[in-house]
Design a protein around this ligand. Structure first.
Ligand SMILES: [Zn+2]
Length: 329
């Protein structure tokens, strides 16, 4: 999968697991014994908010503290817990939490699931390096959704200044709607390598990406961006890709992850976004979610194609043809 897969296993997380993850992250960052002692003291504490207390009593130089232990503050809203690992002002953190809370509610309204709004954790880092260290998959992406923790890991700082960033939040909300299945897969890591993981999944990667991109466009008016091209609305992107950049793709093949991965960015996400936007606009979000729920990476492409046809009441070839002609109108 190119870039970030945005998936992980399981769903619930208790405080102990949180501490364990924190511990692993911190251990990754320390090398000498005196630091190790400080980490042990920290890990024994019950709350991450107490990290500063431990540090205040430690003999680690302030410069080392600055680089190894970014300041952490926690804010809570009705549906979000926001852990800030970085030096932000109180006003900025409060604003970030309120804006993100409003995004969660807006996404749930779009998906018609306001009666079961999930609780989402946001771990916010001021730079990519810290985000990658803390992210259980060490993904190089600036924002990642980790389903087993119902957590968004993201950068908020010079490298990514937007407060509202509904893409990953959409992944988490959509994931919370259905019972996940387990999938073994390989993801990219920050050091340029790969890592095998078992991930909780709902739907297929194509539909997950397509839904997040569509919701970003329709509900938030946000264009899709890729490292290789300036941001663009996905329909324009696909139209221009076909016309000027010689894009050739087999939509059928993309429905399952192997095919979706093969095309990479920007073709994969742009096509997923454009096709899913067409489906939602034509058939409504309830019908779209019916299909979303039935799709699985464990099913063959043929099975998934049949499920799509059944959910929309139109066979896949017709859906595909109608989508392409909608782009040309
Ligand atoms: Zn995504």
């Amino acid at each position: 999968m190119p870039g970030d897969l945005d998936i992980e296993q399981g769903k619930t997380q208790n405080g102990l697991e949180m501490m364990d993850r924190e511990r692993r992250w911190l251990l990754d960052m320390v090398k000498d014994e005196s630091d190790q002692q400080t980490i042990d003291q920290y890990v024994e504490r019950e709350s991450i908010l107490e990290r500063d207390l431990v540090l205040a009593n430690s003999d680690i130089s302030s410069q080392k503290i600055e680089t190894k232990f970014p300041k952490c503050s926690t804010y809570k809203t009705a549906h979000g817990i926001f852990n800030f690992f970085g030096r932000y002002s109180e006003a900025a953190m409060k604003n970030f939490s309120e804006v993100s809370e409003a995004d969660i509610v807006r996404i749930c309204r779009f998906l018609k699931c306001t009666d079961s709004i999930p609780q989402i954790i946001f771990n916010i880092f001021s730079n990519s390096r810290d985000k990658q260290m803390a992210d259980p998959f060490h993904s190089p992406g600036k924002a990642s959704a980790r389903y087993d923790e119902m957590t968004v890991y993201r950068v908020w700082g010079k490298e990514l200044i937007q407060v509202s960033f509904p893409h990953e939040t959409t992944h988490i909300v959509a994931h919370s709607l259905f019972t996940p299945y387990k999938l073994k897969t390989v993801v990219d890591t920050a050091d340029g390598g790969t890592q095998e993981i078992e991930a909780a999944m709902v739907g297929t990667a194509f539909f997950q990406e397509g839904l997040a991109i569509t919701l970003n466009e329709i509900e938030f008016g946000l264009k899709y961006s890729s490292p290789t091209k300036e941001e663009e609305f996905v329909d324009d992107w696909v139209r221009q890709g076909i016309k000027y950049s010689g894009w050739h793709f087999n939509l059928r093949e993309m429905i399952n992850m192997d095919g979706f991965d093969k095309y990479g960015s920007p073709i994969g996400p742009a096509v997923a976004g454009s096709f899913c936007k067409f489906l939602i606009n034509q058939y409504g979000v309830e019908t779209f979610l019916k299909a979303y729920q039935q799709l699985s990476e464990l099913s063959s492409t043929e099975q998934n194609i049949t499920s799509i046809g059944n959910a929309f009441g139109v066979d896949f070839e017709n859906l595909s043809r109608n989508w392409i002609s909608s782009l040309n109108n």
